[in-house]
Design a protein around this ligand. Sequence first.
Ligand code: SAM
Length: 212
Amino acid sequence: MYEIERKELVDSLRRKGIKDEAVLSAMEKVERHLFVPEAVRPHAYEDIALPIGYGQTISQPYTVAVMTEQLKLKPGQKVLEIGTGSGYQAAILLEMGLKVYTIERQPEIYLRTQKLFDKLGLRILMKLGDGTIGWEQYAPYDGIIVTAGSPAIPEKLKKQLAIGGRLVIPVGDRVSQTLTILTKLDENKFDVEKIPQFAFVPLIGREGWKEK
Ligand code: SAM
């Protein structure tokens, strides 16, 4: 279902500058319409963020593509996602052959997405909790992706990144953020790259924003 729409979406991502064929191919395969509520399904292949309930969103496909491209991961590597939401980003990472760990703080979203992963047979390890403190048990990760906007870079995430690994996180105020990419050079040394102008829902937690 929706094969043509998915192909058109991927073509539009290519035109917008996404080059990584592994990312594009995963986005052509994963059925985004299965990760959104029925009511917005007709819009699943538009390049826009969509509401998923509980005040949260599934990120815009272009944003998913840029962030995934920036992780620069290879099949078999380990990735931690903070902010599972609909599960779409995690499904893209799994499709790319990665070992995926993901954390969601909202119980209702956690339960719904856990059920969806089971139904679709997606082997993604999921945890309910505050992702700003990471997931020590499976660290270090070759990549960490934070899909909510943070006031700063959580120290625990920097610690749980493998040497050579990349942390992709939107950092800024509650309205707009700069996509910040850290590459861990050694235990205390990071290279930093920045891509401006993204807008995410807030990362709420011990090292994130306070709940309003
Ligand atoms: N990656 C998601 C997807 O593919 O649909 C998009 C996620 S949505 C933009 C951000 C999610 O981060 C929300 O579901 C929100 O509840 C969650 N979140 C916010 N703060 C969090 C935290 N400290 N730990 C884990 N999840 C958090």
